[in-house]
Design a protein. Structure first.
Length: 86
């Protein structure tokens, strides 16, 4: 059945489907977004493999795991009123 894998005409059909679905004007933006997502995925996978205990922040900085707050913790901290002084 799938003895030869993808043949050139299979790739042509896939390209036509992508053009029909996304339109020729949105394809470069879609490809750019996909490339950016792949770079982020690679950097996160590399950070997870890193045994040094630091994680790469989106800006390329490294932060200690104790300094990283989840979005839920950040939301709770923003919603809580400040403690009264005294």
């Amino acid at each position: 059945m799938l003895r030869n894998g993808l043949e050139p005409w299979h790739l042509l059909i896939v390209a036509i489907v992508f053009i029909v679905l996304f339109g020729s004007k949105k394809l470069p933006d879609t490809a750019r977004a996909l490339g950016k997502s792949m770079r982020i995925l690679k950097s996160e996978a590399k950070a997870m493999k890193d045994e040094g205990g630091t994680a790469a922040a989106p800006g390329g900085r490294t932060v200690e795991p104790s300094a990283v707050r989840t979005s839920a913790e950040a939301g709770r901290a923003a919603a809580e009123p400040p403690a009264p002084a005294g």
